[in-house]
Design a protein around this ligand. Structure first.
Ligand SMILES: [Zn+2]
Ligand SMILES: [Zn+2]
Length: 185
């Protein structure tokens, strides 16, 4: 049975409510076990001084190495602003059909700049985390704007989607799981 480990690797304090909520959602959407991992190690070589951001790809590599034993998949959650070389920023990155994903809260906070809406930030982070975890299970981007697997490059698109898989992605996920089980036989 695949288990998903959720690990807060940010510099600020972890939002325990977020982790608890995400854990429940991972189990609901993907029908796998999920737990929160409280490791104190943090990636040290991900910061790019020129961009003043963190390389999500380097964090993924670090997560794989630092991954707790027996964990099927490891999801790093951080408050660090993430980038990949071709983009200004990313909400997250995942290995397609792999073991690791990372999601950042840095760009998901409310637009208006007046106050931090924690519930909204949590909602968005859960969606982006479910999206990246979907990639680790082999799911690719979906055209349906309300599907959690649709690609979002701005907050309007994040807010437009649900936390769950559309019927097509659910079917695809079931197929992928079945294939995976045969491979392990
Ligand atoms: Zn994606
Ligand atoms: Zn879909």
């Amino acid at each position: 049975m695949v288990e998903v480990f959720l690990w807060w690797i940010g510099s600020g304090a972890a939002d325990e409510d977020l982790l608890t909520e995400l854990r429940a959602e991972v189990t609901r959407v993907f029908e796998v076990g999920a737990r929160c991992w409280h490791g104190h190690e943090r990636p040290l070589d991900s910061f790019d001084p020129r961009r003043q951001q963190h390389s999500s790809t380097r964090i993924l590599r670090w997560l794989i190495e630092a991954r707790p034993r027996h964990s099927g998949k490891i999801v790093g959650l951080t408050d660090a602003d993430l980038f990949i070389p071709i983009l200004t920023f990313v909400y997250g990155e995942a290995q397609l059909g792999g073991r690791a994903a990372v999601v950042s809260t840095a760009r998901l906070a409310s637009d208006n700049g007046f106050r931090l809406d924690r519930a909204l930030l949590r909602e968005r982070t859960v969606k982006e985390a479910i999206h990246e975890i979907g990639h680790t299970f082999g799911l690719i981007h979906c055209e349906r704007r309300t599907c959690v697997m649709s690609r979002s490059v701005n907050l309007v698109q994040v807010d437009a989607k649900d936390r769950g898989l559309c019927p097509d992605c659910r079917r695809r996920y079931a197929e992928l799981r079945e294939q995976g089980q045969h491979e392990h036989e």
